[in-house]
Write a protein that binds this ligand. Sequence first.
Ligand SMILES: Cc1ncc(COP(=O)(O)O)c(C=O)c1O
Length: 399
Amino acid sequence: MGKPAHGGNLVWASALAGCPPSAILDFSASISPLGPPQSVLTAIQSQLGNLRHYPDPNYSDLRNALSHFHNLPSEWILPGNGSAELLSLVGRELSQLEATVLLTPAFGDYYRALAAYNAKVLEFPLISADFKVMIANSVNSADFKVLSSEFLNKIMTQQCHFAQRGQPSEVWCSMHLPANFSESASGLSALILNNPHNPTGMLFSREAILSCLDKFALVVVDEAFMDFLPPTQDQSLIEVVQDYPNLIVLRSLTKFYSIPGLRLGYAVAHPDRLLRYIAWRDPWSVNTLASVAGVAALKDKQFQASTWEWLPKARQQLFEGLSQITGLQPFLGAANFLLVESKYSCVELQQRLLKNYQILIRDCQSFPQLGDRFFRVAVRTELDNMRLLTALKEIRDRS
Ligand SMILES: Cc1ncc(COP(=O)(O)O)c(C=O)c1O
């Protein structure tokens, strides 16, 4: 089996570790260790008898629950079989535009969704000298930074990489943006942003993204990890979506509620666009169990509150522990994972953690801008985090 492009591939990891998949402690997929909530499991159980029927093709209960949750009319919301399914529909639309701008390192599935429809990609590197300065300034702080529009504008006006249609990423060549890019080409182009950004954990302010909405024909904001921020801190654009017909927000329920195996996400966008997406896809792409799980999850205020209480403490514990290990430099992020720069080969580290400790971390080789000197770890319970930190210390002490 080839090297996985995503985290969480326990079959691949268990073959390397020589143990069953259930014995692996998985830090590679950024999934909450607190779930799935009991309310979700109970809702699934209650619907087993309904598997003999097709799901409601309009997903009215789930759409109403989402509508109530976001205080938005239900026609503006479309559930999907994970946000990955919705990303594919978005990819089809993006291919009709001149180009799509990606901030790199970018989530690998963006390339898949864009390549599937032969869309043209323009890459803007996020990890630059400025980024490092920003990270260096935030290292000693107990909190994460919220990035401003100046930061985003700076990225947008620097050199970008041009990916030729249908060419593999190795042959992407550098090119300078024309001086008038923001006025001319970008008006016909799209932007995909992920907020908080995976894999760096950087959080863009709502205003920073709003400033892009008049520069691009379409702006897609992937908020797969936004629910890990409590409502007082989140920078979601869902609340302004009705003001911007060129805005699409993608959300996932799989990470926060720990149901990646069930698959559930949703898109928030103009109803005309969503009707087009419905016409493009299979009729029942969200199954009955996922649909009721979503309704139960959204109502579970206690689970939501306990996640917002757990994360800042556990993330800080993991951040401090990693900072104390020679050769490792974690970046403070706003999500439930940390990107770590390493002086040593991360692929080798990954193998040693798997073979000797049955612990799986996410190497960053699938992000060409990061390569073998970065890895990403999910924030887990304090006990699990300690197990990872102890293993990393032992490996370093023995080297
Ligand atoms: C940034 C980002 N967006 C979207 C997804 C897909 O999530 P889902 O499980 O909802 O398909 C992932 C999964 O890892 C992700 O990291």
